[in-house]
Design a protein. Structure first.
Length: 222
């Protein structure tokens, strides 16, 4: 009696796996769960983006086997995108939702990840922050140094902006500007130039995007 060894082709394997996820309707489950997450606080922006700015798209399935700490799983991924003409299909990825199930379709875990914040991305604050600090004399970091207060203001501006505490960032911009009115001559010339540029950039952005109060806008434009 002859025996035959049959090796499944890649196409056959794809069809088999596709049929399995369709049986459990994991794509529908993932979309429904994500919509539920987003509807819990519909007034809250997602990564700084309003819900009507975000496009949800099914990104596919991923099968993970021989995992070290768990059994095999299926990941169903929904991508979050915003309009941007420089990207494929005019959609820029800003995050994703992943639903993890076992091979029988039972939910194990899920993940909602935002990878790109609107305001941080728009202004690229981190690179500007790093560039400015590269020009800062290290002695300014000493607590008893006369410029310690100023660099504390600058640091809080960046930290609060990144944390989306925009009103707080504006308040410390104002304090830094008041400090410069009396103490700017004693600052390192290169660092003074970079810090002024940084403060103006953040201040202009906060004002133009209506991220701070009218009272604070007036203080920053005086």
């Amino acid at each position: 009696m002859k025996t035959y060894n049959y090796t499944m082709t890649a196409q056959e394997l794809e069809l088999l796996l596709s049929a399995r996820v369709q049986t459990f309707d994991l794509k529908k489950t993932a979309f429904e769960t994500l919509h539920k997450i987003l509807s819990e606080n519909p007034e809250d922006a997602v990564g700084g983006f309003e819900l009507n700015e975000i496009t949800l798209q099914f990104d596919g399935y991923q099968y993970l086997v021989n995992k070290r700490y768990s059994g095999p799983i299926i990941r169903t991924r929904i991508g979050l995108y915003v309009k941007n003409e420089i990207y494929l299909s005019d959609l820029e990825p800003i995050g994703y939702y992943e639903l993890e199930t076992d091979l029988d379709g039972e939910i194990i875990d899920d993940w909602f990840i935002i990878e790109s914040e609107k305001y941080i991305k728009d202004i690229d604050i981190i690179s500007h922050f790093q560039h400015m600090h590269q020009k800062m004399p290290l002695q300014y970091l000493k607590r008893n140094h006369v410029q310690y207060k100023f660099i504390s203001y600058i640091s809080l501006v960046g930290t609060l902006f990144i944390s989306k505490e925009f009103q707080g960032a504006g308040i410390f911009i104002h304090r830094a500007l008041l400090f410069l009115e009396t103490d700017s001559p004693s600052l390192n010339e290169v660092y003074l130039k970079e810090s002024k540029k940084f403060l103006k950039m953040i201040s202009d952005y906060l004002i133009e995007n209506n991220l701070i109060s009218e009272e604070l806008k007036q203080k920053l434009t005086q």
